[in-house]
Design a protein around this ligand. Structure first.
Ligand SMILES: [Fe+2]
Length: 346
């Protein structure tokens, strides 16, 4: 069996391949590492056949939906996953055939209602059901400490203690562990009685993960993250440098329409000389009146250069083929000491 581990901060993804058939499954991929996974698969002469999420992640953005689109292979999750793009929904003990490998799903609710562990060879991919020195938390949506107790003590901890444990997180960088080692030293597993285990889980008072709502929104729905929207827009529009725009503003040539897409109060507190106000929220509604000539050279800018990129991409979609965005925003313009006007539009 070929096994590659990809660490992304505290998250762990695993590429599991069959050396005979060159088929592989990718477990818990993260959206920002798609090129890394594809590179590793190519390096190992593997073709990814299945994209597995061990559960609905609340702390990072899953790459399964996007990779499924690129590779035309199914996203695999437990039957209880809420994500509409899951093409193969597993039940307890069902097997995935990955070449000659057999990957067996074990239904292990508790961290979430849709959690599975995946057993293959002498390896157990535990998702967030069991971590090295910890367990998954049970205080996020669909978490249940009672269910986690059963999934652990009446589930995976009854397997051969020699099983190697590969968790979805390893915040301390401990590396793989074994079921036997975790039973012996994992502090949360020392609460062997149900009531004590549940009480300990209820009293952990952990901080909320960053990006919780966005991760749940995108992982549960298949919708895009804000970063995805921005990178798609960035790939569609050309940019103009701050210095180039300053040169044009100072030359006073009227060839370029400069649009400030922030709100009115921000504009009046300081804008680029000659810029017109057209807030991003009103762009589509006012564009026909404000910009009747789609052949004009239009530049958008905002506070930081993000919203203006979305605005320029929207203008291009609407037919303004010469729309560009400022590479930077009003903050960088001020920092550079370039000229600023205050007050209402003339
Ligand atoms: Fe998780």
């Amino acid at each position: 069996m070929i096994l590659e581990t990809v660490a992304t901060g505290g998250c762990r993804s695993y590429l599991v391949g069959c050396p005979d058939s060159c088929a592989a499954a990718l477990i818990d991929p993260e959206l920002s590492r798609i090129d890394r996974y594809l590179g590793l698969a190519a390096h190992n002469s593997l073709r990814i056949r299945f994209l597995i999420d061990t559960h609905t992640h609340a702390d990072h953005y899953s790459a399964t939906r996007e990779m499924a689109r690129q590779l035309e292979v199914p996203v695999v999750m437990h039957r209880h996953s809420p994500a509409p793009f899951v093409a193969m929904r597993l039940e307890d003990d069902e097997l995935l055939a990955v070449g000659r490998l057999r990957m067996q799903a074990m239904y292990t609710p508790g961290h979430t209602r849709d959690s599975i562990c995946v057993k293959v060879g002498d390896c157990l991919f535990t998702g967030d059901t069991l971590l090295s020195g910890a367990t998954g938390r049970t205080d996020l949506p669909t978490g249940d400490p009672d269910a986690l107790y059963d999934s652990l003590f009446n589930g995976i901890l009854r397997l051969d203690p020699a099983y190697k444990v590969y968790p979805a997180h390893d915040h301390e960088g401990n590396g793989p562990t074994t079921l036997g080692r975790e039973l012996a030293v994992n502090p949360r597993l020392q609460h062997r009685e149900r009531a004590a285990f549940v009480e300990n889980m209820r009293n952990l008072s952990l901080t909320m993960p960053a990006h919780l709502t966005e991760a749940l929104r995108t992982n549960m729905s298949g919708g895009k993250t804000v970063d995805q929207l921005l990178s798609e827009a960035t790939a569609k529009v050309p940019f103009m440098s701050l210095a180039e725009l300053r040169n044009r503003v100072e030359a006073g040539a009227g060839e370029l329409d400069v649009l400030d897409v922030r709100e009115r109060d921000a504009y009046e507190q300081g804008h680029i000389p000659g810029a017109r106000l057209l807030p991003r929220g009103q762009l589509e509604l006012r564009v026909n009146k404000e910009l009747p000539d789609p052949t004009r050279h239009v530049l958008t800018y905002c506070a930081l250069g993000l919203i203006s990129t979305l605005a320029a991409a929207t203008l291009r979609e609407m037919g303004f083929q010469r729309a560009v965005a400022l590479d930077g925003g009003m903050a960088a313009w001020r920092d550079a000491g370039y000229p600023v006007r205050t007050g209402a539009e003339p």
